[in-house]
Design a binder for this molecule. Structure first.
Ligand code: 16G
Ligand code: ZN
Length: 576
């Protein structure tokens, strides 16, 4: 194997930032890509941008290995999503637009955690393994399509990290495709398109074209009902991120009579006082929006546009507060539409049935879960927090709708769905054409703010609904509240039942159950966060005051259990 030359600016010792400062990473600083481990939810690495050049370099090398192994395009996305502008992150995207497998996450840890001195050996060993494996295209020597496809968000550190990725892919001379500033879902989509050319052309335009074509056709197939109150205009909070430039381009392909979008928060500080995460957590309207409820329909993206929430200013004295149309409400809207089409299909007594499922997390508002069960007659699945866990559950269905309350979600479709529905559109009956086109407006590779917005608009128009209708005709949110309990040791909290029940510490769940029993329509759970050193508490009850009281008591119970544990630990040590 040729000598491995690592550019010094991408080594641990010489790691050089976008400001051209050397920011060495000590050897004892270790990192974890993994997502399967309970303590890490989001795949990839995410830190202050200074740490990232050597990490991105090594990740891009690994992407180039996977690309050669499969003879396929592999993605590298450089973003820190809704986190502050000074942060950045990197994750790899598999050939099909999905997350890389656990095995490759372990390789990532090995490659990133190696010392500068050990890196050549770690890489040589990996290369040798694949050269010997009959499963690998590397062994066959037939490699035509291997490429590393890299995208960045709008952060200032992005271009520098793109160069680090380019250098990493160059280590074994793998073709590097710089797709520039894109949303995370665009990168996923474009990687899949490289590997499945019939899916879409693997460019920004290819993505815009495929989604907007499906939108326009579905629009034409969807007459607005008589007495419709649908409003074809809305204002979008772009979080000062990638949504602004890229969604503008996508909208150029959609006639103004169909949809008019006004853009806000395009050029300020990323995710600062705005964006889907801000709106969700604070329940405030974002910077730049009118607080007096004069703007009826608004939506908010996060910094890399893989999350979306709708909102409007609350009426009355609640100055600056937002009324949210969250991930649950979007999911139920989609599900109602899809169910309507499916029911027509089922009534025709087809040979092939299509099964639809809806996946939520414990955070889903209890009223949304009840609505799905009672009105849509579907038993919702509750999955543990984290996009991949929802997606895995959704993949068991022909149409699998999954959404987190925070606005990250999409719909996945089975091979069976493809064979029944995604055929020559024109010859299909209308309900199947709708299913087909809707599945093309959606970005099934990952939650996509642009695609989800267009899909929402199509469905609201189909029902002839205003924002009031969307709020009133499905379900009324049960009042809910979230708290954080600061604890010493997260690992003593063990959950089961999709994080809704605490198995440990002993006795805590019983206390929660007793508290919940004191209120009407109540529900509460406590789960250790996967991203911070806190236990998150969620409570619902018939009134906001009761939800608040319940949440507070549960938070105290969690903190008491934690201090009891700390006390016992100290006591035990003392005894020894
Ligand atoms: C991660 C997850 C997100 C989840 C959040 C929960 C991915 C890509 N992201 O950001 O889906 O909502 O963690 O954080 O899986 P928490 O464990 O601190 O509540
Ligand atoms: Zn995001």
């Amino acid at each position: 194997m040729a000598n491995l030359d690592f550019p010094p600016q991408y080594t641990r010792a010489g790691n050089t930032t976008h400001n051209n400062e050397v920011h060495s990473i000590p050897q004892d600083e270790q990192f974890a890509y993994g997502t399967e481990m309970e303590e890490k939810l989001a795949p990839g690495f995410r830190f202050r941008a200074e740490k990232l050049p050597f990490i991105v370099y090594r990740c891009a090398y690994l992407a180039s290995l996977l690309a050669r192994h499969l003879d396929a395009a592999i993605g590298v996305m450089i973003t820190a999503s809704h986190n502050p502008a000074q942060d950045n992150g990197v994750k790899l995207v598999n050939f099909n637009g999905d997350r890389i497998t656990r095995r490759w996450e372990i390789y990532a840890d090995q490659v990133i955690n190696a010392s500068d001195a050990d890196l050549p050996k770690v890489i040589r060993d990996l290369e040798k393994n694949f050269q010997r494996s009959s499963q690998s295209k590397i062994a066959s020597g037939l490699i035509d399509n291997a490429k590393v496809v890299c995208g960045i968000d709008t952060r200032v550190s992005g271009p520098h990290l793109m160069e680090a990725a380019r250098a990493g892919a160059a280590l074994f001379n793998v073709k590097f495709v710089d797709i520039g500033v894109v949303s995370t879902p665009m990168l996923h989509y474009i990687v899949k398109s490289f590997n499945e050319p019939e899916f879409a052309e693997a460019t920004h335009q290819g993505y815009y074209q495929a989604i907007s074509d499906a939108f326009r056709k579905l629009y034409t197939l969807t007459p607005e009902p008589k007495g419709s109150r649908y409003q074809p205009e809305l204002i979008v909070d772009c979080a000062n991120g990638v949504g602004a430039p890229r969604f503008r381009e996508l909208l150029e392909l959609i006639p103004k009579e169909m949809l008019r979008v006004e853009f806000r928060n395009e050029n300020g500080e990323l995710n600062h006082g705005c964006g889907a995460d801000f709106v969700k957590i604070r329940q405030n309207i974002p910077a730049g929006f009118d607080s007096e409820a004069k703007e009826p329909k608004c939506a908010s993206f996060d910094g890399d546009a893989d999350r979306i929430l709708y909102f409007r200013a609350k009426k009355g004295y609640l100055y600056g507060k937002a009324e949210l149309f969250d991930g649950d409400r979007i999911a139920v809207l989609f599900a109602k539409y899809l169910k309507e089409q499916l029911d027509i299909y089922t009534a025709s007594k087809p040979r092939n049935s299509l099964k639809m499922g809806i996946v939520q997390t414990a955070y889903a508002n209890g009223s949304s879960t009840r609505f799905i069960r009672e009105h849509l007659k579907i038993e919702p699945i509750i999955a543990p927090t984290g996009v991949k866990r929802l997606q895995r559950n959704a993949a068991a269905f022909d149409i699998g709708v999954y959404f987190e309350t925070n606005g990250h979600g999409t719909i996945v479709f089975s091979k069976h769905f493809d064979s029944v529905v995604r055929r020559n559109t024109d010859s299909l009956p209308t309900h199947l054409q709708r299913l087909h086109l809707f599945s093309r407006v959606i970005n099934e590779t990952v939650g996509d703010a642009f695609a989800d917005l267009l899909a929402t608009e199509i469905v609201l128009r189909h029902f002839g609904w205003s924002m009031d209708d969307w709020m009133q005709k499905l379900y009324e949110d049960t009042p809910s509240i979230s708290f954080q309990a600061s604890v010493g040791d997260l690992s003593i909290f063990k959950t089961t039942n999709a994080e809704q029940t605490l198995e440990e510490p002993d006795g805590l769940q019983k206390r929660i159950d007793e508290e919940v029993a004191k209120y009407k329509n109540a529900r509460a759970f406590a789960r250790p966060s996967g991203t911070e050193n806190i236990v998150r508490v969620y409570a619902e009850a018939d009134t906001l005051e009761n939800a608040h009281r319940l949440g507070e008591t549960v938070t105290q119970a969690v903190e008491q259990a934690d201090s009891r544990h700390r006390y016992l630990k100290r006591f035990m040590r003392f005894q020894l």
